[in-house]
Design a binder for this molecule. Structure first.
Ligand SMILES: [Zn+2]
Length: 276
């Protein structure tokens, strides 16, 4: 467990296409002394924080004065797993590249750059003190006090996915979460493309679920890859709290909207949490 603020040891870049724009985007990662992760786009500094989130329909999108950066969740999860608390991410487009649909390449880039630890102790953990719950239709998300981060995720889609459940008790070391890819149902692709979205979508950056099997020739990376990916999204979204959250999380069919709502609810009352 890290105790101090950290940043990357050296500058690095990652280029890839945006899932929805289909255009090349380059990210340049710079060490940062100030606390937190922030994006720099069109000379605007946009903190990667829950209160900057402006849209959660397709991905987690942050905005400031009309300047937006979307699909930040996998990158945020990579920061979480890398133990990095401070970083500036320069981005030359409106969407973080999708890469292989997971957090793997971001995580590798951070690992190669190395982690610099600042000398002084400072609050990087948020400990949940009172239970918080949010619901939306049949989806719900709740967090209770606990000294570690422990996540239970339930998902339900049509066959061949069906109902799946996974519990991760040692999240900081749950490495199979990092390279689990995003997924979509075959029938959703046409609607998304008609709406002019997912121009960059392909079997190279998403798992596609056909009527009775996975369409990708290589199949899944893990038997639990789909539910793993939902946990990855949740971890990335929770890291927009600005802190490494400690608590017991129970999630049912949650998505970016509820993940963000939980943080708003959590921060609405300072008695709900403590920072250390
Ligand atoms: Zn995702």
């Amino acid at each position: 467990m890290i105790k101090r603020q950290t940043t990357i040891n050296r500058i690095f870049k990652i280029t890839g296409i945006g899932l929805h724009t289909g255009r090349d985007v380059t990210l340049e990662f710079l060490p940062r002394r100030e606390f937190g992760i922030a994006f720099v786009h069109n000379d605007y500094i946009i903190p990667a924080r829950y209160d900057m989130v402006a849209d959660t329909r397709l991905s987690t999108l942050i905005a400031k004065d009309g300047v937006t950066v979307s699909t930040i969740e996998h990158l945020m999860a990579a920061f979480y797993f890398s133990g990095i608390t401070n970083c500036l991410v320069y981005i030359d487009g409106p969407e973080v590249p999708i890469l292989d649909g997971s957090a793997w390449e971001f995580y590798q880039g951070m690992w190669k750059a190395g982690v610099y630890e600042f000398p002084e102790n400072s609050g990087v953990y948020l400990k949940v003190q009172r239970s918080v719950e949010v619901t939306h239709n049949d989806a719900w998300l709740r967090i209770k006090p606990l000294n570690t981060l422990d996540i239970t995720m339930n998902i339900e889609f049509r066959q061949p996915v069906g109902k799946q459940k996974k519990r991760v008790t040692d999240v900081e070391n749950a490495f199979s979460i990092i390279n689990s890819r995003t997924f979509t149902l075959l029938e959703e692709i046409e609607a998304i493309k008609k709406a002019g979205l997912a121009k960059g979508g392909s079997l190279d950056n998403a798992v596609v679920i056909g009527m009775d099997d996975i369409i990708n020739p290589q199949g899944l990376r893990y038997r639990n890859e789909l539910v793993n990916h939902k946990i990855l999204d949740l971890i990335g979204d929770l890291y927009t709290s600005g802190y490494r959250i400690l608590g017991k999380v129970d999630a049912n069919k949650t998505g970016h909207y509820l993940n963000n709502l939980l943080l708003k609810e959590l921060f609405s009352d300072p008695a709900n949490y403590s920072i250390y």
